[in-house]
Design a protein around this ligand. Structure first.
Ligand code: ADP
Length: 293
């Protein structure tokens, strides 16, 4: 099984045709959706056939709703309910050109920490995935270190999906790389790989990063597919699966879920990359970051 440690958030998606302006009530279609990169990865991995457990922290305001959504997606949710804070909310303002502006609250997910951990969460696990958002709070970084150590003691591989180039910049590249040292598999997108390696060209970025961190590195390239590197060398490439994209939210999370599900079932590297690309393509054909029900 796969253990995902990460974030559950409530996405408020407001689609508006008119530009936003002060002192104006802009009409929008507003929808509340269950989201969070960690939770989305968990749901896509379950969709792709893996048994998945998710450890996350939510607020009492929406714990039942999130638990039900995760169960419906086939994920075993271990949700710690924060006694004070509501579930983290992310507001996505999407304009007529599908340009997206994200506004992020803090909230319960930033308090996920070592106190939420128990060793038995690893029982039955064959792989541990840490969502990149964990690394942007002090308790999250502590938890990541505790989980990685426990996983290593059991001989389980650990993967990290860096959250976003913006977050990495805020934390600082050296600090991020230090926090993920010892990870077996890093899954950045093109922008994150460039930032982390200092190389713009994706194949060189992947190779450089794999040499520097000693991790296997897989870089997603949007409609360009994905590539893999290890020990400073390119090891595989996969083309994207053609898809008519309506919303690219969560493509990277779906790729990660599909890839990890394939690896858990024993797929070789090219097949696992291809499985990630199939899930990524499926994700861009639906609105939102979760698999369609
Ligand atoms: P992120 O969402 O993390 O930025 P990417 O945009 O690189 O990630 O997308 C992740 C994966 O999803 C890609 O490797 C690819 O397989 C798939 N994908 C993304 N965009 C498209 C697209 N327009 N058509 C087909 N597949 C896509």
């Amino acid at each position: 099984a796969l253990l995902v440690v990460g974030d559950v958030v409530t996405d408020v998606v407001a689609r508006h045709a008119e530009p936003l302006a002060p002192d104006t009530d802009t009409a929008a279609r507003i929808a509340l959706r269950p989201g969070g990169a960690g939770a989305n990865v968990a749901c896509w991995a379950a969709r792709c056939g893996a048994r998945v457990r998710l450890l996350a922290r939510v607020g009492a305001d929406s714990a039942d709703w999130h638990r039900a959504a995760l169960r419906a997606a086939g994920v075993d949710p271990v949700l710690r309910v924060d006694p004070e804070l509501p579930t983290t909310v992310v507001i996505a303002l999407v304009d007529a050109a599908a340009e997206r502006t994200l506004v992020t609250d803090s909230g319960a997910s930033l308090r996920l920490g070592p106190a939420d951990w128990t060793e038995d969460l690893l029982d039955g696990a064959g792989h541990v995935h840490l969502s990149g958002y964990l690394f942007f709070s002090a308790p999250g970084r502590e938890l990541a270190a505790v989980v990685a150590k426990a996983a290593r003691a059991r001989g389980l591989p650990v993967s990290v999906d860096p959250a976003s180039a913006g977050f990495i910049r805020r934390l600082g590249v050296p600090r991020f790389l230090d926090a993920v040292a010892g990870t077996d598999l890093l899954l950045p997108n093109e922008a994150e790989a460039a930032l982390l390696s200092g190389r713009a060209e994706p194949a060189r970025a992947a190779a450089e990063l794999s040499a520097r961190c000693g991790a296997e590195v897989m870089v997603t390239l949007g409609a360009g597919g994905a590539l893999a590197a290890a020990h400073g060398r390119l090891t595989a490439r996969a083309p994207a699966v053609p898809a008519s994209a309506v919303d690219t939210t969560g493509a990277g999370d779906a790729f990660t879920g599909g890839l990890l599900a394939a690896r858990l079932s024993g797929a070789d590297l090219p097949s696992a990359l291809a499985a990630g690309c199939r899930a990524g393509a499926a994700a861009v054909t639906v609105v939102g970051g979760r698999p369609p029900s």
